[in-house]
Design a protein around this ligand. Structure first.
Ligand code: RIB
Ligand code: CA
Length: 304
């Protein structure tokens, strides 16, 4: 698994989940929740604290067309809440995330590419090498929604931040799985999970507990929820535990020009549609099982 991310509270938990349940062959970063220098620093911090032996390559510092967006109101000014990070002794391996994605797909057979931030890097990779999908075992995206949005009434953050990139990915990608808000907003971790993580008393579990505690507080302040949706870890688990999710193959188009709908993933639910079922759109999840697996990954002392 290669994870492209914009850490980000839930990205950080997704990286730890991926490292536990999959062979994490690389991390690439993208500008998204916070600026690229922070998303990269945060990925380095997670890898250092969890002692992950994985390359980290920095990617795009801005979307294709949009000016850079952010979600600091959710993730904090630097992207990992108010966590006091240690001095980062690691540095990233290159600032050519796209080159690393393509090189890895040529070097390692059947890599599964999981994108949990804006799709800027993924779009560039597909434009640079249209044969990339031939070498992947799949392309799983945390993004979009069948119904609704979280940044606007119609758009989810990862798609909304760079809709042109998302349009390229949904048109050029193959074996795409869309893990949208319909699924991820069912997976709410609460104070019970914070307690379970703290009981593990390891550096990575303490980090995850701190991040989750911050996410729960922001989720409550912003939405009145008692739990925080750990969106990105859901995308990872659709690859390692697909039986916990359900959906169907549908055409998905990205709205680029709508006044109220720019960044919307337009899922064609018409029963008669026969063409171009390019995307597996997930709709339901066994949320309790997914929550347990996230806690298992965080509290484990060795990889799965
Ligand atoms: O809308 C949720 C997505 O946007 C998640 O990937 C979160 O990390 C933010 O990037
Ligand atoms: Ca993310």
């Amino acid at each position: 698994m290669l994870v492209d991310c914009d850490p980000g509270l839930d990205d950080a938990i997704a990286l730890l989940t991926a490292a536990h349940f999959a062979e994490l062959v690389g991390i690439t970063t993208v500008d998204g929740n916070v600026r690229i220098e922070h998303t990269t620093r945060n990925a380095l911090a997670v890898a250092q604290i969890a002692d992950l032996n994985v390359e980290i390559h920095q990617g795009a510092s801005r979307p294709h067309v949009n000016k850079p967006r952010n979600a600091r109101h959710v993730h904090g000014a630097t992207g990992l809440g108010n966590v006091e990070l240690p001095e980062i002794t690691r540095s990233f391996n290159s600032d050519d995330a796209v080159g690393f994605i393509l090189e890895t797909s040529n070097r390692i057979k059947d890599v599964h590419l999981v994108a949990v931030g804006p799709l800027t890097n993924i779009a560039e990779a597909l434009q640079r090498d249209a044969t990339l999908p031939d070498r992947l075992s799949g392309l799983t995206i945390m993004g979009g929604a069948v119904v609704g949005g979280n940044v606007t009434a119609a758009a989810e953050f990862n798609i909304w931040a760079d809709p042109e990139a998302a349009d390229i990915v949904f048109r050029l990608g193959r074996d795409v799985t869309m893990v949208g808000l319909d699924v991820t907003q069912q997976v709410l971790l609460g104070t019970d999970q914070v307690t379970q993580m703290r009981q593990a008393n390891t550096p990575k579990a303490t980090l995850a507990a701190d991040l989750l505690e911050y996410a729960i507080n922001r989720s409550h302040e912003l939405r009145g929820w008692t739990g925080a949706p750990i969106h990105d870890a859901c995308a990872v688990l659709t690859v390692t535990h697909p039986h916990l999710f359900n959906g169907d193959r549908r055409p998905v188009n990205i709205e680029l020009t709508g006044t109220h709908t720019r960044g919307m993933t337009v899922v064609d639910n018409r029963p008669s549609i026969a063409e171009n079922h390019n995307t597996l759109v997930l709709r339901t999840v066994n949320a309790n099982a997914v929550i347990k697996l996230i806690v298992e990954a965080i509290t484990a002392t060795q990889t799965h």
